[in-house]
Design a protein around this ligand. Structure first.
Ligand code: ADP
Ligand code: GLC
Length: 482
C-alpha cells in the first residue's frame, strides 16, 4: 500500500507543536509495518537546508491560481522519504510556517496551503507527473484540508483527513473560491462553505473518505456543541467514518536513558540522575536549590486551550504549599505577561522562560517532579506521554487524549498497576489546586511516589499499535472504494 502523508510541519526540521512530532514519527512506524509512506512538506528554509542536493523529481507548472513550483526528493534521518514542495515565492522566507516573525498570519496563507493541498491532490490524480503514485492521501489539519476536495473533483485516489485540532480551521472569504479555482457548486453547506466563508478544514471533513482524530475521547467530544467548533453536526453525520486513534511517541527521541539534552541520563532502575536534572533545572531557571521541594513543570503553548490561566490564578496559593514552578512556553501576550509577573513576585520559586527551546523542554520533563496540563480541551497531547516516560507524573484535566492516557492515582490503581498521574474533572481553579495538593501529598510518601513513578516509566507509548490502527483504516477505505 502506498500512502502520501501531507503535512505542514515535521520534527525535527520544522515544529510549532504536536503535529510536527506526529509527522516525524508516524510515517516511520507505518513503513516499519509495510506501508510505503512518503511525506509531502513545503520547502521552508529549514526544510530546504536539510536537503544535501536538490534532486528534482517533478515540475509543477500551470496549476491554475498558483505560481510554478517543483518537487524535490529527500529523506528524513529515520529513512522516511520526503517530497519537498519547492516554491520560493511562497515558502522561502524567514519566520514560522503560519506566521511572520512579528506574529501576524502570513498574508498569503491561502496560496501557501492552497498549493500544498493542490499538490497533494495532483499526486493522487490520474495526471500526476510523478512515477510514484499513492493509493491514498492522508491529510493533516486544515493546511492540507483542501486536498480531499481537489481529489474528488479530479477523480483521484481516496483520502483520509486527520484532525489534530479542530480549533484551527483555515477560514477565508468567499472570494477564495475563485482564487483557488474551485467549482462554484462546492460552495454550500454540502461542501466547503462554513457560515458564508470558505473553510479548508470543512472541505477535508466533507470530502474525505474517512476522518481520523488523535484520541478516542476527542472523537466523541467533537460531535457535541461544546468542543465541536461548529462542525459537530457534520461530524455526527459522519460518525461511521470517524475513528479516534491515540498518538504514540518517538521513543528514541524521548528516552531518559539516552537523551543527550539532559544533564544526566537515568532509567527506572537508576533514578539518581533524575535528581541531578532537577538541580540543573533549578539553577537554569533561577530557582532556589532545594532537592526536597516539589517542582512542577509546564511546557506549552500559552493559549486558552491549554488552561494555564487556572494555574496562574492559583500560583500564589501554591507558593504556600509550597511548590516550585518551572514554565516554558509562548503565546498569548497577556498570559506571557502574567507568567513573567509571577516570576518577579516569587523569585526563587517560579521560573519562567518565554520562547521555544527543545533542550529546556527535555530538561523540564526530566527535572520536574510533576508535570501540569490543565487543558480545557486536548485532542491528544504529547507531553503527558513524555512526562510519564521520564518518571514525572502528569496532573491533567480529564479531556480528549489526556483522559485516554493518564490513569488517576488511587489505592486501587496503584495496587492493580495502572496508576500514571493525577486527573481532575471540572475546569475550575479549585479542582486543579486540590489535585496538585493530592499529588504533593503522594510525593511526601516516598514508597507510594516511587511506585507511581515506576508504573509511569513502564508504560508503552510506542507508535506500533497506533500505526497498525491507521493501516486498518487505510485498508478499509481502499476496500470501500473498490
Ligand atoms: P500542541 O500541539 O497542542 O501544542 P502537544 O502536547 O501535542 O500540544 O505537543 C506540543 C509539542 O510541542 C510537544 O512536543 C512539546 O514539548 C512542544 N512544545 C510546546 N511548547 C514548546 C516550547 N515553548 N519549547 C519547546 N517545545 C515546546
Ligand atoms: C494538536 C493538538 C494536540 C495533539 C497534536 C498532535 O496540536 O492540540 O493535542 O497532541 O495536535 O496530534
Amino acid at each position: 500500500m502506498k500512502v502520501l502523508f501531507a503535512t505542514s510541519e515535521i520534527a525535527p526540521l520544522i515544529k510549532t507543536g504536536g503535529l510536527a512530532d506526529v509527522s516525524g514519527a508516524l510515517p516511520a512506524a507505518l513503513r516499519a509495518i509495510g506501508v510505503d509512506v512518503r511525506v509531502l512538506v513545503p520547502g521552508y528554509p529549514a526544510v530546504m537546508s536539510h536537503l544535501p542536493e536538490q534532486h528534482e523529481v517533478a515540475a509543477l507548472r500551470g496549476l491554475p491560481g498558483f505560481p510554478n513550483s517543483r518537487l524535490l526528493a529527500g529523506e528524513m534521518e529515520n529513512g522516511v522519504p520526503l517530497l519537498v514542495l519547492d516554491c520560493p515565492d511562497l515558502y522561502q522566507r524567514e519566520g514560522g510556517p503560519y506566521n511572520a516573525p512579528q506574529g501576524y498570519d502570513w498574508h498569503d496563507n491561502l496560496q501557501r496551503f492552497g498549493l500544498l493541498s493542490k499538490v497533494a491532490a495532483v499526486l493522487g490524480s490520474p495526471d500526476s507527473p510523478l512515477n510514484w503514485r499513492p493509493d491514498l492521501v492522508n491529510c493533516n489539519d486544515w493546511q492540507t484540508g483542501l486536498a480531499p476536495a481537489y481529489l474528488r473533483f479530479a477523480h483521484g485516489v481516496p483520502s483520509v483527513m486527520t484532525i489534530h485540532n479542530l480549533a484551527f480551521q483555515g477560514i477565508f472569504p468567499p472570494s477564495a473560491l475563485q482564487d483557488l479555482h474551485l467549482p462554484a457548486s462546492s460552495f454550500g453547506m454540502a461542501g466547503l462553505e462554513y457560515y458564508g466563508n470558505l473553510s479548508f478544514l470543512k472541505a477535508g471533513l466533507f470530502y474525505a473518505d474517512h476522518i481520523t482524530t488523535v484520541s478516542p475521547t476527542y472523537a466523541r467530544e467533537i460531535q457535541d456543541e461544546a468542543l465541536g467548533f461548529g462542525m459537530q453536526g457534520l461530524l455526527a453525520t459522519r460518525q461511521a467514518d470517524l475513528t479516534g486513534i491515540l498518538n504514540g511517541i518517538d521513543t528514541d527521541e524521548w528516552n531518559p536513558g539516552k537523551d543527550k539534552l539532559l544533564a544526566k541520563t537515568y532509567s527506572a532502575s537508576r533514578m539518581a540522575g533524575k535528581a541531578e536534572n532537577k538541580r540543573v533545572l533549578q539553577a537554569q531557571l533561577g530557582l532556589e536549590q532545594n532537592p526536597d521541594i516539589p517542582l512542577l513543570g509546564v511546557v506549552s503553548r500559552f493559549t486558552y486551550q491549554k488552561g494555564l490561566d487556572l494555574l496562574l490564578e492559583i500560583a500564589p496559593g501554591l507558593m504556600e504549599m509550597p511548590v516550585q514552578l518551572a514554565m516554558l512556553g509562548s503565546g498569548e501576550p497577556q498570559m506571557q505577561h502574567a507568567a513573567r509577573e509571577l516570576a518577579e513576585r516569587y523569585p526563587g520559586m517560579i521560573g519562567v522562560h518565554i520562547g521555544f527551546s527543545e533542550s529546556l523542554s527535555h530538561l523540564i520533563e526530566a527535572g520536574a517532579d510533576m508535570f501540569v496540563m490543565p487543558s480545557r480541551f486536548e485532542p491528544c497531547g504529547l507531553n503527558q506521554f513524555y512526562s510519564q516516560r521520564y518518571g514525572t507524573p502528569p496532573i491533567v484535566h480529564a479531556t480528549g487524549g489526556l483522559a485516554d492516557s493518564v490513569i488517576n492515582c488511587s489505592d486501587e490503581t496503584l495496587e492493580n498497576g495502572t496508576a500514571s498521574g493525577f486527573v481532575f474533572n471540572g475546569m475550575f481553579a479549585g479542582n486543579l489546586y486540590s489535585t496538585i495538593a493530592r499529588a504533593v501529598e503522594t510525593y511526601r510518601q516516598p514508597k507510594r511516589w516511587n511506585a507511581l513513578r515506576k508504573l509511569c516509566m513502564a508504560k508503552d507509548f510506542s507508535w506500533e499499535t497506533s500505526a497498525a490502527a491507521y493501516r486498518e483504516v487505510f485498508e478499509k477505505v481502499l476496500q470501500q472504494r473498490r
